[in-house]
Write a protein that binds this ligand. Structure first.
Ligand SMILES: NC(=O)c1ccc[n+]([C@@H]2O[C@H](COP(=O)([O-])OP(=O)(O)OC[C@H]3O[C@@H](n4cnc5c(N)ncnc54)[C@H](OP(=O)(O)O)[C@@H]3O)[C@@H](O)[C@H]2O)c1
Length: 287
């Protein structure tokens, strides 16, 4: 992996018109994060089957909403943000509507490979596969990107400006690394939420009010993450720094180790990676 970038301001002149096909959870995170980080509202367009979602985005964010046809005609970058299951149909429609135009295509769908997209939209299409995550909504996303050979350096710079406007982004050199990125950062927020849920529940059982248990859990997660980001020390070293011999932390860590947490994390992430590979294979069969 290389070229780690974060928090670049994006403006209209940076990337022209960017059109989102699909305005669900992930597109909302990206769009709202981009707008919050200074993207030009009129340069961000979106379409969705659900007009309510478009109405909300338009009224709350001021972005343009419309049809897939309008996006196909005008966008310089098209972000495919629909569920993997409908991607083939969406690409077939898009191919017709593009009528020979060749904007940069960025797909955020899990399990849809560059090869699928090239097959469905056109062999020479410039395609970037991106695996974002939902903290993009608050400008703290973590995304992995992979570009095919038709993507120019200028297009890579533009994609990086868009994605890094909502957090950190890294380029991977092999497409297979996207399966690992999916298992790590794509799905990762849910792992931390699960851990936070468990901590909060036990804190309440130990006598703290729901409000106090929740806010202390969240602030502890935030503090640990910010400390890890700010420090040059390894996460192992940071852990050891708060684990005094004979102290309370040592007791808890001992229980995590005895309970097999490292092995469990290993199994969980590898299962997610395997699922990502399986999903791609399913689309192979159907394509
Ligand atoms: N959520 C995450 O954390 C996450 C993380 C990384 C990547 N992703 C990827 O992001 C993609 C979107 O996920 P999501 O969670 O945002 O899904 P979502 O909330 O279901 O959003 C997808 C949206 O696309 C709409 N849609 C379906 N067909 C369409 C069409 N032909 N034209 C225009 N819009 C259409 C859907 O409308 P209907 O609901 O009416 O069908 C829905 O509003 C997925 O491919 C997923 O793999 C998600």
């Amino acid at each position: 992996m290389s070229n780690i970038n974060s928090q670049t301001q994006a403006t209209e002149t940076d990337y022209g018109v960017i059109g989102f096909i699909g305005a669900g959870n992930m597109a909302n995170s990206l769009i709202r994060g981009m707008i919050a980080n200074g993207a030009e509202k009129t340069s961000v367009w979106a379409t969705d089957l659900d007009s309510e979602k478009l109405y909300t985005l338009n009224s709350e964010c001021g972005i343009r909403t419309g049809s897939t046809a309008e996006i196909a005609q005008h966008a310089d970058i098209i972000v495919l943000a629909v569920k993997p299951q409908v991607m083939k149909i969406v690409c077939a429609e898009l191919k017709t509507l593009l009528g020979g135009r060749s904007p940069l295509i960025i797909s955020i769908a899990a399990g849809i490979t560059v090869s699928h997209l090239s097959q469905w939209i056109g062999a020479n299409t410039a395609v970037i596969r991106c695996m974002p995550n939902t903290p993009a909504l608050v400008g703290k996303g973590a995304s992995g990107l992979y570009a095919n050979e038709h993507v120019s350096e200028t297009q890579k710079d533009l994609a990086e400006k868009v994605i890094s406007s909502v957090g950190l982004c890294v380029w991977v050199e092999q497409e297979s690394a996207i399966d690992a990125v999916t298992a790590l950062s794509g799905s990762g927020p849910a792992y931390f939420f699960l851990f936070m849920e468990s901590m909060q529940k036990t804190a309440q059982e130990m006598g703290l009010s729901e409000d106090i248990a929740r806010i202390l859990t969240k602030q502890t997660a935030l503090g640990a993450a910010e400390l890890a980001m700010a420090s040059d020390e390894s996460t192992e070293r940071l852990r050891l720094n708060v684990t005094s011999p004979g102290g309370t932390t040592e007791q808890a860590i001992k229980q995590f180790q005895l309970g097999g947490l490292p092995k469990l994390v290993d199994t969980a992430l590898k299962s997610a990676q395997t699922r990502s590979i399986e999903l791609a294979a399913q689309f192979d069969e159907k394509s």
